[in-house]
Design a protein around this ligand. Structure first.
Ligand code: TYD
Length: 214
């Protein structure tokens, strides 16, 4: 049985994360390593109910309330889905994780970083991804507008700048066997080119399983 891996996709709204999650899931399935896919907020019944609260366009709430709700949804999916899957040797693909809360609630909405970091620590119990793929796009496409997406352009600019700062903050992070923990994927290119870059980033992680008592 292979060792479990948590691979996270991050990025601003409209950068095509979900498409890339689907393509990687299909590639893994074809390679005989069917992945568990989760999205945040969501991925559990309570998480999906919290998602409704968060994304409902007519809900007004404090930024810290929002942070706590994202944290609550994350804790559910970590404890009930992600940890058991990793313990069973599965690959888990997560559409957003802790960096989203830093980018959106801290950089975007102004919640103090220490609060966001504390909520993330509580929510994950210290579980960190093996690899985070940060997708960027010059002109994000917003097709539908939920409560988060209908915020003003300034908010979305701050989120994108927040992700840029996070990529610098994490550029030195490496795993024990040397692969990059956070990989920023190209600004330009079509879906297939981005998917190829995703595979280049993921392969060393899966290849590294040999010789580590996998
Ligand atoms: P979703 O429709 O899943 O957006 P996307 O397809 O871009 O992932 O909606 C999730 C929204 O919630 C998105 O605008 C990002 C936001 N969000 C936060 O603000 N904080 C968080 O911690 C998470 C996980 C998401």
């Amino acid at each position: 049985m292979g060792r479990g891996h948590l691979i996270v996709f991050e990025g601003a709204d409209g950068v095509g994360k979900s498409t890339q999650v689907g393509l990687l899931a299909a590639w893994l399935a074809a390679a005989g390593r069917a992945a568990v896919v989760v999205r945040e907020p969501g991925g559990t019944p309570v998480g999906e109910a919290i998602r409704q609260l968060l994304l409902q366009p007519d809900h007004v709430m404090e930024p810290l309330t929002e942070t706590l709700l994202f944290g609550a949804a994350r804790h559910e999916v970590v404890e009930r889905v992600i940890r058991p899957a990793l313990a069973g040797g599965r690959v888990v693909l997560a559409d957003r994780f802790t960096l989203s809360t830093v980018a959106y609630q801290h950089f975007g909405a102004g919640v103090p970083r220490a609060h966001v970091d504390t909520v993330n620590d509580w929510a994950t119990g210290g579980l960190v991804p093996d690899l985070t793929l940060l997708l960027t796009a010059p002109v994000p496409r917003l097709t539908h507008r939920d409560r988060m997406e209908q915020r003003d352009d300034g908010f979305h600019d701050r989120v994108r700048e927040g992700y840029r700062m996070l990529s610098r903050e994490h550029e030195e992070d490496t795993s024990p066997s040397g692969w990059r923990r956070l990989v920023v994927l190209p600004q330009e290119g079509d879906t297939a080119r981005v998917a190829a870059a995703v595979l280049d980033a993921v392969r060393p992680l899966l290849d590294g399983e040999e010789g580590r008592g996998a």
